[in-house]
Design a protein around this ligand. Sequence first.
Ligand code: SF4
Ligand code: SF4
Length: 381
Amino acid sequence: MRNIVSVTACPDYEPQTVRAALKELLKPFGALSFVKPGAKIVIKANLVSMIKPENAATTHPELLKALCEMLVEKGADVVVGDSPGGLFNNVYVNRVYAVTGLKAVTETGARLNQNFEHAHAQNPDGAILKDLEYTSYLDDADAIINFCKLKTHGMMSLSACVKNMFGAVPGTFKPEYHYKYSKHADFADMLVDLNERFRPALCLVDAVTGMEGNGPTAGTPRHIGCLLASDSPYCCDRVCAGIIGLNPDEVETVAAAKRRGLESEFDICGQPDAFRVSDYKLVRERKDMSFDHELPGLAGKLAGKFIQGALSSKPAVKKAMCLGCEKCREVCPAKAIVMKDKVPVIDRKKCIRCFCCQEFCPKGAMQLHRPIIAKVLNRRG
Ligand code: SF4
Ligand code: SF4
């Protein structure tokens, strides 16, 4: 059976606009016909951090509320949750719910997840993730709905459906995963394994206002004006990439899914090109640049490594914006950051370019730096 990607206009977050758009969006999926009375549905939102909805880092509460209303009307028992970066406990996560506006979903009869247990499981079918630590509330679901936000991402270029399932890993374990899967291609395979392990029944994307530039937490809100839905996170991310002007084959997660034969041919309902933003500010590296073949042997390998290093984006602190809070040092899985005169200094030899420091800097002071040569060689910055 072919997968479907549905795209519908949603110009703003007004309750009536959102509800009408969701209804239209979900028509190709039988208007949530897979949801039976009494079914337990977990909505895995993107609640990356304690950030207000207008900053466009998290799934907008009005959309989550409208989806909860539709599910509750069908008789489902609905739980909304996520594991943000940081502690996965009652106090911290409930503060994240409050700041991200999630309390609104409880007005519908849905609940916010209050189970903060972890579970451990073997994952023999994973390509790279052979065992995993995960948030155990996901085990209670008859079906998971992945509701993400369309954003740029320092490490992976794109944060949408596939990346959103990283929230299945408890926040305190995320640095360990970054360190273990430090190569970008391995990290992408790990994310695909998480998607295969949890297999969301449906993926939805909040692309009403996306995030561009210094994503996924400190970028700039950018109006796109649509919602997407799919029964495949991989097909949906391919369409998302196209909307913001990324070449889907340069997005590691999309490339990993394709390489593994997980991305099928799919039908599109709607007109994604109508929402394409031609000057979306991207985070992009050329994945197609390899210099290993230019010189033979070890010399070629070393030259290739040097050139690749010179072209790669790196985290760099904007001193004028830095609070000296040390959050970047605390989250760095490679222990590559030390504080000097209250400013972070990065040991480039230790840095694995996971961009956790950029993602969790509360002031957006840790930014992605692209060498000028890379900007010149890429078509767009
Ligand atoms: S997290 Fe940001 S503000 Fe805090 S020390 Fe690091 S760069 Fe500075
Ligand atoms: S310095 Fe930043 S990008 Fe480098 S390993 Fe540490 S957290 Fe990751």
